[in-house]
Write a protein that binds this ligand. Structure first.
Ligand SMILES: *[C@@H]1O[C@H](CO)[C@@H](O)[C@H](O)[C@H]1NC(C)=O
Ligand SMILES: *[C@@H]1O[C@H](CO)[C@@H](O)[C@H](O)[C@H]1NC(C)=O
Length: 868
């Protein structure tokens, strides 16, 4: 029996008998043979693994649906929930609340103040006092969001509510929510529900009969969707800001579900500890924090403002489920389950209660240092330990693994040498297999893209798992089979099973050591993936007699790391799938999803490779044909589970002036921007005029290509369309004027302007060849260009703001005469986000023609360009 040609993935019965005859490398009759899943007959092993994965997946889903664990015991909790829902319905009943609209600045502000006053009166006899301050800050700042983003705000609204013992408080914790929304979305989850919950948390805390130790500021912030303006106004200007020691920020990147702690810090481990100790329904992982802070998610929250401008640590909480609906008309109150509200309320109330009595609040400097590893297990318990302890633990696990492997390598005779050689070879095969597999799956993704079936998984997620998952598994099985036939002809199945177990261990341990070396707390994940299988294997070494029992115990040993890992995979897909619906026309989403599915499959399959290649290949083929035939339409307008395609539709009039100040050209049209890769592919059949004959061309000599971009994302969405339409005539048109132009004594040209217009305006600056911007009136005075290399300033105002005045200085470098563009082109857009100026007849007519599975967010805008 020295040579048996056999598919290692298709073991037969004789393989099982083999291990009684001879036992692997050692040749030592006393050494018990090790058994692994590879020994099982193909069908049995494959179905066992499938059942295992499905059971764990079921557990993950169960835990995600279990919003609240245990029923509320206190009647006040129930009260909190029902009152919060009432507030949520009241706040969203006025509709979209963009900054500057009466809905935001008058109706919602009025409602919130009225409710706060009620709470104040009701609890006046208690030991606390409530002070309300409506702040209307004006300010400016630059952040590196989207490469470089400058903002100016005038009289946006903050409602700051200070709750403290009647004797006053020195130290405050800030709880932040925002009540404004993007245009055309009712913003129930983002972020009215958080404000509704905060009102009732205020109510509960104010009503406590024992006084709090510290104070709490509840900040109802009225300009977050304007890229974080109101929080900047509060933290840099409000007199209470200096007393704030920590904050909790309540946000949303989805609709309903659970609110997850996705970042904390910087440092200040006591905040994580507070959450872990106090939160009744924990949902958190340090992996999320490290992914978010790496910057690959194109999003930001007030967390950043408090951290960077206030130097305050905090906890960032957000609803992440169902991101398909975030910022659309579907973000409505009825989609938020009462249990979602209850768990958010329970968590925030208990964490705040814990913090306001914590002595660490009074002396944050002392407890500032250190990071924490934290995560929850199926939402039942939260675990947290210091990063230092984590590093020690990780290295101990790594050392144990190396000892285990070294012991095998030092077997007597030439067995040790053979083992090392086989291990190296199998590791090589595995890594090669990953690369080849990833490459093959990416080719499939490319084919799907070329066939015009991009995003087929947007509304049929499981189709994506089947197609790319089958491609991945098929390819991996194929390569391993090939390797087995070419190289391992002489190695018996028993050994091969063990060998691949050791390979998985080795690869995970490399990941573990690397992540730990990088100082990343996420290293706890590979630590799990090493420690549990290793311990299981060692404990089970004696259990080989009962094959079935062995297998069940083996799988049980893997259950905990696997369930946690699957849960993280769920979070990744829950976040990244919807993001593909708003990541612009340039990034091919198939590549992202195919890569994610491949990685997930590779990681999940690490401790078992067992499947039937024919079945997998057939599944892949069937899926590929179905996807290619267009069976899976990406979008849906079904009100029960909408998957809207996002489109921006702006009715615009553009006016271009020449260097002499005369109007050079003027046109009007409907400017259409798709948010995703499929662009207008599916829209053209419904609206034939929107086709590529009206695709815009970027005019390089005009700021931002000459179009009224609301956000500086022109590098993300290079494709857009401009359909001729009538002129727009807003009732309060933009008034723009050059106030002064003078040469400074230090040789620059200073230009001062004034603009009076609607609540939202965008300023675009494009210095031409031979000139550059040296300073301006925004941010810290240093002009900051964005990812497309131009200057963009986001302006907004609340009610009754005066004209916006600003200035900049230009340095003319070259002595050559300037071209026909002059030294600088200045363009300004006015965006009418609400009221009767928001819509025109042609816009409304076009809106009505869009299919129900689209969400066209529409408004009127103007674009005026001047050259100097
Ligand atoms: C306030 O306290 C009173 C008396 O303890 C209690 O009856 C009431 O339910 C409390 N209200 C809230 C909102 O907690
Ligand atoms: C494409 O759009 C243009 C302008 O909107 C229109 O005139 C033309 O008929 C369209 N083409 C098709 C094939 O519908």
């Amino acid at each position: 029996k020295t040579f048996r040609k056999q598919y290692f993935l298709a073991p037969d019965n004789s393989a099982f008998q083999d291990r009684y005859g001879d036992n692997g490398y050692s040749g030592d009759p006393k050494r018990k043979p090790e058994v692994s899943l590879y020994l099982l007959r193909e069908g049995l092993a494959a179905s066992l693994v499938c059942v295992f994965i499905l059971v764990l997946w079921g557990l993950v889903h169960l835990s995600l649906q279990q919003l609240v664990i245990g029923r509320p015991t206190l009647s006040c909790d129930l009260f909190l929930t029902s009152q919060s829902r009432r507030h949520l319905e009241q706040i969203t009943s006025v509709g979209p609340r963009p900054v500057g609209s009466p809905e935001n600045e008058v109706l919602t502000v009025g409602y919130l103040i009225e409710q706060i006053e009620k709470i104040r009166e009701e609890t006046a006899a208690g030991p606390h006092q409530i002070t309300v301050d409506v702040q209307r800050p004006t300010g400016t700042f630059s952040i590196d969001f989207l490469g470089g983003f400058t903002s100016f705000y005038d009289r946006v609204t903050n409602i700051a509510v200070r709750l403290e013992p009647k004797s006053g408080a020195q130290h405050l914790i800030l709880a932040n929510c925002h009540f404004d929304t993007v245009a055309n979305s009712p913003g129930a989850s983002d972020d009215a529900v958080s404000c509704a919950v905060m009102l009732e948390v205020l109510h509960s805390l104010a009503n406590l009969s024992t006084p709090l130790t510290h104070g709490v500021i509840f900040l109802f912030n009225g300009a977050e969707e304007n890229i974080l303006q109101a929080s900047h106004g509060f933290i840099t200007q409000h007199q209470w800001a200096k007393q704030v020691r920590a904050f909790i920020n309540l946000e949303a990147a989805g609709v309903g579900g659970k609110e997850v702690v996705f970042q904390t810090g910087p440092e200040n481990p006591w905040l994580v500890q507070a959450y872990v100790h106090a939160a009744k329904h924990p949902f958190a992982s340090v992996v999320g924090q490290e992914v978010f802070q790496s910057g690959i998610i194109p999003s930001d929250t007030d967390f950043r403002i408090y951290r960077d401008f206030g130097n305050i640590p905090g906890i960032d909480l957000a609803f992440i489920e169902n991101g398909f609906l975030y910022h659309t008309k579907y973000d409505t109150a009825d989609r938020i389950l009462t249990d979602s509200i209850q768990r958010a309320g329970d968590n925030i109330l208990s964490v705040l209660k814990y913090l306001v009595t914590s002595e660490k609040m009074a002396d944050t400097a002392e407890y500032r240092h250190g990071n924490m590893v934290f995560f929850d297990l199926l939402g039942v318990v939260a675990v947290a330990y210091p990063a230092r302890v984590g590093a020690i633990l990780n290295y101990m696990v790594a050392a144990a693994t190396f000892i285990y492997l070294a012991k095998k390598a030092s077997l007597r005779g030439n067995a040790g040498g053979r083992y090392v050689r086989d291990l190296a070879c199998a590791t090589g095969v595995t890594i090669l297999c990953w690369f080849v597999t990833l490459l093959s799956v990416l080719i499939v993704a490319l084919l799907i893209t070329l066939l015009g079936r991009s995003m087929f998984w947007y509304n049929h997620f499981y189709a994506c798992v089947c197609l790319y998952g089958a491609a991945t598994t098929g390819k991996m099985v194929f390569i391993h089979t090939l390797a087995k036939n070419l190289y391992y002809g002489g190695v018996r199945l028993v050994e091969l099973g063990d060998l691949y177990f050791d390979v998985s261990l080795l690869l995970w341990v490399c990941g573990l050591v690397w992540l730990t070396q990088q100082g990343l707390c996420s290293a706890y994940v590979p630590m799990f993936m090493v420690a549990f299988p290793l311990v299981t294997k060692l404990l089970l070494a004696k259990e080989f007699k009962h094959r079935a029992k062995y297998c069940v115990l083996y799988l049980l040993g893997l259950a905990l790391p696997y369930v946690h890992f699957m849960f993280l995979i769920w979070v990744v897909f829950e976040i990244f799938t919807p993001i593909m619906g708003r990541s612009g026309t340039e990034l091919p989403p198939e590549v992202v999803l195919a890569t994610l599915v491949t990685l997930a499959t590779i990681f999940l399959s690490s401790y078992f490779v067992s499947s039937n290649i024919t079945i997998i290949f057939n599944l892949f083929l069937v899926m590929f044909l179905l996807v290619s035939s267009g069976l899976f339409f990406p979008y849906s307008g079904d009100p029960d589970s909408p998957r809207p395609k996002r489109v921006f539709l702006q009715h615009t009039t553009r006016t271009f002036h020449n260097l002499q100040g005369q109007v050079e050209s003027q046109d009007s049209g409907l400017w259409i921007n798709s948010f995703d890769y499929t662009a207008i592919q599916h829209i053209t059949p419904h609206i034939p005029e929107i086709n590529d004959t009206v695709r815009t061309e970027c005019r390089q000599d005009r700021p931002f290509c000459g179009y009224p971009w609301f956000l500086p994302v022109r590098f993300l969405s290079k494709k857009n369309w401009y359909l001729p339409a009538s002129e727009v005539l807003p009732s309060s048109p933009l008034e723009f004027s050059l106030l002064s132009k003078e040469e400074t004594s230090w040789g620059t040209i200073k230009m001062k302007f004034s603009a009076k217009g609607p609540s939202h305006m965008s300023l675009y600056l494009m210095p031409h060849h031979g000139a550059s911007l040296s300073t301006w009136s925004f941010g810290d005075g240093t002009p900051q260009y964005d990812l497309s290399g131009e200057y963009f300033v986001f302006y907004s105002h609340g009610l009754d703001a005066p004209a916006w005045t600003f200035w900049f200085e230009i340095q003319v470098i070259s002595k050559n005469p300037l071209g026909p563009e002059g030294m600088i082109s200045v363009a300004i857009s006015a965006h009418y986000f609400f009221g009767k100026d928001q819509r025109t007849a042609p816009l409304q007519e076009m809106l009505n023609r869009f299919p129900e599975w689209t969400f066209p967010s529409s408004w009127v805008s103007t674009y005026d360009m001047y050259r100097y």
